[in-house]
Write a new protein. Structure first.
Length: 322
């Protein structure tokens, strides 16, 4: 039975979250109200769910720049279908869209041997264009659809539904990542693709599956974002990819692949949400907030580089000792 271990990186993130929360509370007492804490946790769920899927992609040695555009495309489709056919058909079709996009991204990377950055950057542009065309450049209203609104503001036993959904997604992802052969194969592919292939692992299938998981979690995040604004919008998610990747890297997942940290991704999501919420309460301009997130991303990259250098150093020491 695998014991849950919290890394030093994750503990450090928790300490930073607490310190920032205290600082923001001193500057703006409304930060610590029950209403605001609940609001923070709801906002966390939007990024955290997508970060769970992205953790799989990073671990497999790839990443997906297109998830922000997936948010937009799903938002438009959800609004169009839900307003005419109902919520359930909209969810089914959007899930299918996510699977198709994930498979296509995976095929482009594995079969055409195009780097994930270039492949998903192109798909990001194409998918965003499709969203704009589908919506004719206009927002699609979802007025009066309580079933849609429930996704973002409904409660079960007093607990906001987005938080419940986030817990379910992380429970499933944690089980898949740590308890199944697929999770082991994802780590193996990210650690050493050639060795994984030699050992009989279907590398291409694993990479494609990682892209599908990333797309599906982006679809869920899109449901929540669309339900928040109650519009199908082709403009949503423009900075979402950066925010999610910042979260995953900050959480301790290695950019080079082979090592992921789902717990860290969750805590990092809380950290980003606390920063954004605190800056909002202090009436800091949105553009400055984006600047702060960019700085956090740079710091995350630096920390990731330091972690990887230390890991390589320990590996060399171990080989030398042997």
């Amino acid at each position: 039975m695998r014991k849950l271990k919290i890394s030093f990186n994750t503990l450090s993130l928790i300490v930073v979250v607490v310190i920032l929360f205290v600082i923001f509370t001193i500057l703006q007492p409304n930060m610590a109200t029950i209403f605001n804490i609940r609001n923070i946790l709801v906002q966390v769920s939007l990024t955290a769910i997508a970060a769970a899927g992205m953790t799989f992609a990073f671990t497999a040695g790839v990443f997906d720049m297109s998830i922000g555009s997936i948010l937009a495309l799903v938002s438009v489709f959800m609004a169009k279908i839900a307003s005419t056919q109902g919520l359930f058909p909209a969810i089914i079709i959007c899930v299918i869209i996510g699977i198709v996009v994930g498979i296509l991204n995976g095929l482009i990377v594995t079969k055409l041997h195009i780097q994930a950055f270039a492949a998903t950057l192109v798909s990001m542009i194409i998918i965003r264009g499709m969203a704009v065309l589908m919506s004719s450049g206009a927002d699609i209203p979802l007025y009066g659809m309580n079933s849609v609104k429930f996704i973002s503001s409904g409660t079960i036993a007093g607990i906001p539904f987005p938080i419940i959904l986030m817990v379910i997604v992380y429970a499933i992802c944690y089980f898949i990542y740590y308890k199944t052969a697929f999770g082991m194969k994802v780590r193996s592919v990210g650690s050493n693709e050639s060795a994984a292939h030699t050992s009989g692992i279907k590398v291409d299938r694993i990479v494609i599956a990682a892209f599908v998981m990333t797309a599906l979690t982006a679809v869920i995040s899109s449901f929540m974002k669309t339900a928040q604004v109650m519009f199908g919008k082709a403009s949503i998610g423009e900075d979402f990819s950066l925010e999610v990747m910042t979260t995953v890297v900050l959480g301790g997942t290695a950019i080079s692949g082979g090592s992921g940290n789902l717990t860290g991704s969750l805590i990092a999501s809380i950290l980003i949400a606390v920063i954004k919420n605190g800056l909002n309460l202090l009436n800091v301009n949105t553009y400055y907030q984006q600047l702060v997130i960019g700085i956090v991303f740079i710091l995350a990259l630096i920390l990731n580089g330091i972690r990887e250098m230390r890991a390589q150093s320990k590996l060399k020491e171990g080989i030398g000792a042997a």
